[in-house]
Design a protein around this ligand. Structure first.
Ligand SMILES: [Zn+2]
Length: 419
């Protein structure tokens, strides 16, 4: 079995306490441990990594909350759920103590990002069932910043509010940050963003992509800040302002980076981030497969932070990855190439099959007068090893999104997959 990286900062004692707690009180986790037959001496790495699908199936068998509950239902005060875009939604419960943990983790991230009492932070999203919206507010309260909800507003209303209150930061998806800047230019409201010093990005890997980040920074004249978290596992990643990328908050999360066989990924390679949060015990996940793809490195960051450094942040999602002609293709890598071409706008990636059966990639991209198409094709070939059909389209033609972007269309015949 794989062993936890020796550099981890997590005290072994807390891991043992968590294992003992779930064995005693949590029916879902207890049955997983019993199935392994490992006895009371089980190590964390004895457990097979946990997928979201297992949690969803447990809730389908035991509706509405499933059996991954360590305490009686009366102890739980918060209910959130995942979006369910790729399947039924997952309901995740938190006790009052767990909610305090969320608040503390968000506050820690915000402090590392330099957000404090003098900040007025516009939250440019609708307050849906996703945990991050509500936990963001808690974190802002904890660091004594002013939280300004901008839900239920048009982009123009948001820009006017940002200007009226002199917001120092805006919190949204990277896709929406670019959209908001675009609306500011279209509506001649560029001055509305003058007070903004930070754009805190969430919900998509974009802010980790250098070309996306520099676009956002240029459009806002502000620092772009990335952070990372999941409803199922908690807020695990905070930005490294000095070195770029993210750190995993190893005081609260056991962090592993594993390959597709669930073995440790060698340094320099991409792998899936697998996390065990230690302070959220009401709905615990042990060795949770986040689906986030990161590059494993043992390099320390230039600022000397002790937590594990992910210099490129989250570089993609395992469920976004598509295999084309035997190559792993991450839409985020295509996005990075597109954003690197000056003047490029919105884009759409289509995977399709030729009548011959060969899989192909089409990239529609807004380019002024079609300039840059040839260069983009060259970048794809050289950097990604991909042959991509580039279709330049006029600016403003492709659909815009106010939240997470849906830029990938898969038209290939459906095939059997693991998930
Ligand atoms: Zn650092």
């Amino acid at each position: 079995m794989a062993s936890i990286d020796a550099t981890t900062r997590v005290p072994e004692k807390r891991v043992r306490e968590l294992l003992a707690l779930v064995r005693e009180r949590n029916p879902f986790q207890r049955s997983r441990l019993d199935e392994l037959g490992v006895g009371a001496e089980a190590q964390l790495t004895d457990l097979p990594p946990l997928t979201k699908r297992e949690l969803v199936e447990d809730q389908e068998r035991h509706p509405p909350f499933g059996t991954n509950l360590t305490y009686p239902l009366e102890r739980y005060t918060q209910l959130h759920q995942t979006s369910g875009t790729t399947g039924p939604p997952l309901r995740v419960l938190d006790t009052a103590e767990d909610w305090v943990w969320w608040r503390g983790r968000f506050a820690y991230m915000l402090r590392m990002a330099g957000v404090g009492p003098s900040d007025r932070v516009g939250l440019a999203y609708s307050f849906g069932p996703h945990v991050q919206f509500w936990a963001a507010i808690e974190g802002l309260h904890e660091v004594e910043a002013m939280a300004v909800p901008l839900g239920g507003m048009t982009s123009v209303q948001r820009l006017q509010t940002v200007a009226d209150i002199g917001a120092t930061a805006v919190w949204c998806t990277p896709t929406y940050a670019l959209r908001l800047a675009e609306v500011a230019v279209e509506q001649r409201l560029d001055a509305a963003l003058e007070s903004v010093q930070r754009v805190i990005c969430t919900g998509e890997p974009g802010a980790s992509l250098p070309a996306v980040r520099s676009r956002i920074e240029e459009a806002f004249g502000a620092t772009c800040i990335d952070h990372a978290g999941l409803t199922e596992a908690g807020p695990f990643g905070y930005p490294c302002l000095q070195g770029g990328g993210l750190h995993v908050d190893e005081s609260e999360f056991v962090c592993e980076i594993l390959d597709s066989d669930m073995q440790p990924t060698p340094a320099g390679q991409r792998g899936e981030l697998v996390l065990t949060p230690l302070g959220r015990t009401g709905f615990p996940v042990l060795r949770y497969r986040t689906g986030d793809v990161v590059v494993n490195t043992d390099e320390p960051c230039p600022a000397g932070h002790e937590d594990r450094w992910l210099p490129g942040g989250i570089v993609g999602r395992t469920d976004d990855m598509v295999v084309i002609r035997g190559m792993n293709v991450y839409p985020s890598a295509i996005e990075e190439a597109v954003r690197g071409v000056s003047g490029s706008g919105e884009f759409r990636i289509t995977f399709y099959s030729e009548p011959s059966g060969l899989d192909e990639i089409k990239l529609e991209v807004e380019l002024p007068e079609g300039a840059g198409a040839r260069r983009l094709q060259e970048v794809m070939r050289q950097q990604l090893g991909l042959r991509v059909r580039i279709v330049p389209v006029a600016p403003g033609v492709l659909p815009r999104s106010d939240g997470k972007a849906r830029r990938v269309v898969d038209q290939r015949p459906s095939r059997w997959t693991e998930e």
